[in-house]
Design a protein around this ligand. Structure first.
Ligand SMILES: *Cc1c(COP(=O)(O)O)cnc(C)c1O
Length: 390
């Protein structure tokens, strides 16, 4: 069997509803941060159960503002993982601070809470944990360590819109938030998209007020207020800010995507179950583990290969019409980090490095059919020379 087309590794779910939303905003005459952004923020806050949500241009800028809000500055240290998209570590450096990398857990791709405490120094200003590939990290333990040491926790929830965690006996959405601030991405590679876009959620009104100031050049009176005012108003710029705005066109698309999110997550969870069933019999393939206190949105489905060459397997799959990606990168192995010391003395990042070399991300989109799932699983078995047990 072969497919006459290529199965993409990911595909956003967008149609006439998003197109209509964008059209409505374009014809309204107000296209940048305005009423649609405000509505998207309200709806997102309600969805994740957060008191405050602030929309920004992407998750990288969200992470920058989150770290800045909790006071991360020059030569401070932020404990995080190297095993993440490079934006996680880069945001720490935008603050002039040093990312301090700890290794991931043995059976997943998230920070190992057991290694966090040994990385704490007098200069530690924050713990930046990642819900990698949509799988919640062990927040209960990370937050407990942070509380005990008086260190704020920022959640890189870029991939985790719609993921859930069991918290004090109740299922809650990632972003409530359980740490101090959570940051989301709406890049097309995530489960819902606005083209590019980001969101910060918090329970702290002071943080939220700062995000709103900083995303708009530190401007004291936003243009939306001046536009609607019967009085002449002069704005002031009391402190350094940025242009990290989301546009109303993006927000209108995001509002439609948010309505679809529950069905998208349900469909992705069904496909992940389908993969687990189909792959479990293939020797040399380890399927991802979901702890019983986590419900992933399965932003990506990342398997481990045991005793097979990652690149050869990926090429053989591509030759047969299946796009894959290698596992998550490690920032510390990239040129931008090579000459910097981001390590914890006496520790290694061997699990992070192994995961980059032996894991691959399989195609997962809501549009995938059962026949395509069968095809991916069968082809993977063929390529590995190991048939699934019937
Ligand atoms: C995608 C991603 C980011 C960056 O998100 P952008 O919206 O593209 O800036 C940050 N962290 C993680 C873990 C990501 O996967």
């Amino acid at each position: 069997m072969n497919v006459p087309y290529r199965i993409p590794v990911a595909k956003p779910l967008l149609d006439e509803r998003e197109a209509d939303a964008a059209r409505r905003v374009i014809l309204s005459g107000w296209v940048t941060q305005g009423p649609e952004v405000a509505a998207f923020e309200r709806e997102f806050a309600a969805f994740v159960g957060a008191p405050y949500a602030c929309a920004v241009s992407n998750c990288t800028t969200a992470l920058h503002l989150a770290l800045k809000a909790i006071g991360v500055g020059l030569d401070d240290e932020v404990i995080t993982v190297s095993h993440s998209f490079i934006a996680t570590a880069n945001a720490v450096r935008y603050c002039g601070a040093i990312p301090v990398f700890v290794d991931i857990e043995a059976d997943g791709y998230n920070i190992d809470p057991a290694l966090v405490e040994a990385a704490i120094t007098r200069r530690t200003k924050a713990i930046l944990c990642v819900h990698q590939l949509g799988m919640p990290c062990d927040l209960a333990r990370v937050v407990e360590i942070g509380r005990r040491h008086g260190i704020p926790v920022v959640e890189d929830a870029a991939c985790a819109s719609g993921s859930e965690i069991l918290w004090d006996g109740r299922w809650e959405k990632i972003g409530a938030p359980h740490g101090d601030i959570a940051c989301f991405s709406f890049h097309p590679r995530k489960v819902v998209t606005t083209g590019d876009g980001g969101m910060l959620t918090t329970r702290n009104p002071d943080h939220d007020a700062r995000f709103r100031l900083w995303r708009q050049h530190g401007m004291s009176v936003p243009d939306t207020v001046r536009h609607g005012s019967a009085q002449v108003i002069y704005e002031a710029y009391p402190e350094l800010g940025y242009n990290y705005r989301m546009t109303d066109v993006q927000a209108a698309i995001g509002r439609v995507q948010l309505q679809r999110l529950p069905e998208i997550v349900a469909a992705r969870r069904e496909i992940a179950r389908g993969y687990a069933l189909r792959l479990q019999g293939i020797a040399g393939v380890l399927v991802p583990h979901e702890p019983d206190w986590a419900r992933s949105n399965w932003q990506s489905y990342c398997i481990r290969l045991v005793g097979a060459d990652q690149r050869k397997v990926m090429q053989a799959l591509l030759d047969r019409g299946i796009s894959t990606r290698r596992g998550i990168m490690n920032a510390h192995l990239e040129g931008a980090y090579l000459n910097r010391d981001c390590s914890v003395p006496g520790s290694s990042l061997e699990r992070s490095e192994a995961a980059q070399c032996n894991s691959i991300i399989l195609p997962l989109s809501v549009q995938m059919s059962d026949a395509e799932l069968d095809y991916v699983a069968e082809t993977l078995g063929d390529v590995l020379g190991r048939r699934a047990a019937a």
